[in-house]
Design a protein around this ligand. Structure first.
Ligand code: ZN
Ligand code: MN
Length: 137
């Protein structure tokens, strides 16, 4: 696993619990919350604490191995796909999907001079198919 190798090289200790979290996140496209991660890894690691999950997610975020998404105002979500991409959230059920399209976004010239632009993210808000069905839309 590439993330594991990179973390090892940086001297990050990979405990069995951290490995379990990494494995759960690997290739995960569901954008889980910390609670989701905890619920999933606790099945095989019953002693896994909330604190371990939060601390591990923070470590992974700080080392650029996971994106912390703020598209959901209620809870942070985590994404192991650190390639630049955008997201859409369903305002009904909170599900989050990837948007891989490139958008030609530019900012005003004066800001472009003021800042070195490192990236941008577009957040789409909508109602997913399931939620539209529930409301009869
Ligand atoms: Zn929905
Ligand atoms: Mn994503």
């Amino acid at each position: 696993m590439a993330a594991m190798e990179r973390l090892r090289k940086k001297g990050i200790k990979l405990t069995p619990q951290r490995l379990a979290i990494l494995e759960y996140l690997e290739g995960n496209t569901a954008h889980p919350t910390a609670e989701d991660v905890h619920a999933a890894v606790r099945k095989r690691h019953p002693t896994m604490s909330h604190a371990t999950v939060y601390n591990t997610l923070r470590t992974l975020r700080d080392h650029g191995e996971v994106l912390e998404l703020t598209i959901d105002p209620g809870r942070k979500h985590y994404d192991p796909n650190t390639q630049p991409h955008h997201h859409i959230i369903c305002v009904g059920c909170g599900s989050i999907a990837d948007v891989f399209q490139d958008f030609d976004v530019s900012i005003p010239e004066e800001l472009d001079r003021e800042y070195e632009i490192l990236g941008s993210q577009i957040e789409f808000h909508g109602l997913c198919r399931d939620c539209r069905g529930k409301t009869g839309g």
